[in-house]
Design a protein around this ligand. Structure first.
Ligand code: GLA
Length: 756
């Protein structure tokens, strides 16, 4: 397929920064492109986020932050080539992986498949993109050298038919001259690899590079080699440790790739910010991403150089073919803003919008709402004693009130669905206030409805008789996340009118205030005293805040500030402890307030295996890559334990990147319902190496025990249901020295929970 690659590029290795234009303030685009160029990079790799370009069906937006054409032109003016990744799905820790929420209004839609409605919408979107930039391909004398077909389809399914349909749309829109490529993992790229496309690999820093390209070299010995996403760092989730990756690993990988003539895209070179409600969420499980997309990338969220930046620049200098790197453009100097207090608040419960009446409960999407919060209200039957309230399922953060009194919360991250409500008279008011966080952006769970997705029941235990009452006849209050919703919510009162409740919190609601800026520049607004919600400054959606961290400040670009008075508005659904803020010169991205242990072992808990019989005893081989074991015969069970007896390198640490359990047909079981019951040791002091990383669908993250704790090590998973099981697949860490690789092991499978 070399005829499709423009000849001048045949032997050129590309070093590409990845950055996503909607995540960077438009006035800074040019400076950031130049920062990438000064690293010694020669092309920009960018995703197109469908949902930010088509907020409502057929209403396309390519203006302001969404001005794709302007961005591509800027790259061209700065002598940078462009690689376009128009999805339709992009992942990227962006709401629903870039797909618009309104697709879910067709409840039975099959996303990322040959569903006629899905393809019809993709086609319209792809045409809209082509209208903007198809004249800017290299064949037309423009900067776009390659276009990507779909995104890591291998981690979603096997469907060459669908991937071909996306390819054909791109061909139709961009012509036959443009080079099309696919990106996937070395473990699954063949599943959907189309013969006429270039295949590239995605992997993280530290990975064994030869191993990553071994399969590709075997099946296509003459293929150009490219790592289309070399993960410089990683993304942060609410309630988990701030992620970092060592600069040394990134540099070593890049040096090795360039010395071997392998092109790479650095994901991310500059991450930016998930403004407003655009942050996505990871799955299996539900792990919503924070607002900052700093990514521990060489260029920080706010456009500052980091030590990684300078080391990278030094390394790339070796591969400039005698050319000099351009100068690093001058940087923005952040400012501090003295502490200021908010002045007024419109409490939510006294300012609710007009409700809709509905006999049944429905999802947010069915009420034509895409983002924000939703309140479901009904009346309770007489409860003579406390009863169990079950919400099936609350997406994503529910707060329950009876007659206006707060009873408790149901946090989807922890799988919370039920709580006890007190005895009450017939007709007491039940309120369930739900805040939607980002829609899942990875795996099959991207079909992620918000609000309440099923029903709500009250279970009463009356002298041994259980009554389950399915609650009906709801009043539904839609609080769509827009600036207008909050400013027109109703009456604002001086904050002094309210005294904090017994938890020291001011009311839930919209808070407004102003702050003064002498000379606008970048700053980081501090929200450490706030609960959970969304922030707007001068009408700009700044993003989500949540007291649990690790992110405690929001990046405030100076280009969106005014000299003199600036307006700030916070919609806090928990209520602040103090309604104040300040501008800091440095962000607070690493301040976790842990509400629930990050580990899966209770104090004093010890797994007892002495009375159990293993279903399999064996040894894993050394080296990288997937390994599989098959039992002699199928066994039935719901709880599975892997006991690691020792390691290949003789050290005391055990690590697992990913694992699957195979059913009696040899198929992988769905890991959606999996829960870690126990892990003897988890390295979570600074990093996220807990047991659930063994099934988070990310081959570069892993469970690791804490160094210094001796073997044996064990992890127990509840598969969620009983299965007939016949095998097990295991992926060790990706580094060439395979740290933590397990040698001898035993597998136990049981119908009942293990004993501790
Ligand atoms: C994959 C996806 C990217 C991003 C990274 C993780 O490689 O293709 O969009 O989600 O994972 O940051």
């Amino acid at each position: 397929h070399y005829p499709r690659i423009p000849k001048p590029y045949w032997d050129q290795t590309c070093a590409l920064p990845i950055f996503h234009y909607p995540r960077i303030p438009k006035p800074y685009w040019d400076q950031r492109i130049n920062m990438c160029k000064a690293l010694g990079m020669n092309a920009v790799c960018l995703y197109v986020f469908w949902n930010s370009h088509e907020p409502k069906p057929d209403q396309f937006d390519f203006t302001g932050q969404n001005d794709l054409r302007e961005f591509v032109k800027l790259c061209e003016q700065n002598d940078m080539k462009v690689i376009l990744r128009p999805g339709p799905y992009v992942c990227a820790e962006w709401e629903m992986g870039g797909l618009p929420w309104w697709l879910l209004k067709k409840k039975d839609i099959r996303l990322r498949e040959s569903d006629p409605y899905f393809l019809e919408r993709v086609d319209k979107f792809q045409k809209a993109i082509a209208n903007q930039v198809s004249d800017l391909t290299i064949a037309n004398g423009g900067p776009i050298i390659m276009v990507q077909v779909e995104n890591e389809y291998g981690s979603y399914g096997i469907d060459k038919q669908y991937v071909s349909e996306i390819r054909d749309m791109l061909r139709k829109n961009f012509g036959n001259e443009v080079t099309l490529f696919q990106c996937d993992w070395s473990s699954n790229f063949l599943n959907n690899g189309l013969n006429d496309l270039i295949w590239t690999m995605n992997f993280g820093t530290g990975a064994n590079i030869d191993q990553q390209f071994a399969k590709l070299k075997e099946v296509r010995p003459n293929s150009p080699l490219m790592c289309s996403e070399f993960w410089s760092g990683w993304f942060d989730k609410w309630g988990a440790n701030h992620e970092t990756r060592p600069a040394a690993d990134m540099i070593a990988g890049i040096d090795e790739m360039l010395s071997k003539g392998i092109s790479f895209s650095l994901y991310m070179t500059h991450g930016g910010t998930n403004w407003g409600h655009w942050a996505g969420a990871n799955s299996p499980g539900f792990a919503p991403d924070v607002t900052s997309y700093d990514y521990d990338a060489p260029i920080s969220e706010s456009g500052q150089t980091t030590p990684k930046y300078w080391e990278l620049r030094k390394t790339l200098a070796k591969y400039m073919d005698g050319k000099k790197q351009t100068d690093v453009p001058s940087l923005i100097k952040p400012i501090a803003i003295p502490s200021f207090t908010f002045t007024e608040v419109a409490p939510l419960f006294s300012n609710l919008p007009e409700p809709k009446s509905d006999a049944e409960i429905r999802t947010m999407e069915e009420y034509d709402q895409g983002f924000g919060s939703i309140l479901y209200r009904t009346t309770l039957p007489e409860l003579k004693q406390p009863a169990l309230l079950t919400v099936n399922d609350p997406h994503d953060y529910a707060q329950v009130f009876v007659d206006g009194k707060f009873i408790g919360k149901l946090d989807r991250r922890n799988g919370e669905k039920a709580l006890t409500i007190p005895a009450c008279k017939k007709g007491a008011t039940l309120d369930i206030l739900i805040e939607a966080m980002g829609r899942i952006n990875f795996g099959r769970a991207i079909k992620d409805f918000k609000g309440i997705t099923g029903n709500v029941t009250v279970t009463v235990d009356n002298e041994g008789h259980r009554f389950v009452c399915d609650l009906k006849n709801w009043k539904v209050y839609n609080i769509e996340d827009t600036y207008d919703t909050y400013t027109s919510i109703g009456e604002f009162y001086p904050i002094e009118t309210f005294t904090p409740d017994e938890n020291g919190r001011l009311p839930r609601g919209v808070y407004r205030g102003t702050f003064n800026v002498k000379k606008p520049s970048d700053t980081f607004l501090n929200f450490e005293t706030w609960g959970k919600g969304l922030v707007y400054v001068n009408g700009h959606p700044m993003g989500r805040i949540w007291e649990i961290g690790p992110q405690q400040t929001l990046y405030m670009p100076g280009c969106w500030l005014k000299k003199g008075e600036n307006e700030i508005l916070v919609f806090d659904i928990i209520g602040p402890k103090e309604a104040k803020s300040e501008g800091l010169r440095e962000p607070l991205l690493d301040q976790l307030l842990v509400q629930k242990p990050l580990t899966h072992r209770e104090e004093g808990q010890n797994l007892v295996l002495s009375s159990e019989t293993p279903v399999y005893t064996g040894s894993f081989a050394p080296g990288n890559g997937w390994q599989e074991v098959k039992f002699d015969k199928p066994v039935t069970g719901r709880y599975i334990c892997l006991e690691a007896l020792n390691s290949i390198n003789g050290k005391d640490v055990a690590a697992i990147a990913e694992m699957y359990v195979l059913d009696d047909k040899g198929e992988r079981l769905s890991r959606e319902p999996w829960i870690v019951n126990y892990a003897d040791s988890e390295d979570v002091a600074r990093m996220n190496r807990s047991g659930d990383k063994t099934f988070d669908l990310q081959e570069s993250t892993y469970w690791s025990t804490v160094p210094g704790i001796p073997f044996p090590h064990a992890i127990v998973i509840d598969l969620g249901a009983t299965h007939s099981i016949e095998g097990f697949q295991y992926l060790p860490r990706m580094e060439s020295d395979v740290p933590g690789a397990i040698k001898d092991f035993k597998i136990y499978v049981k119908n009942t929970p293990f004993k501790y």
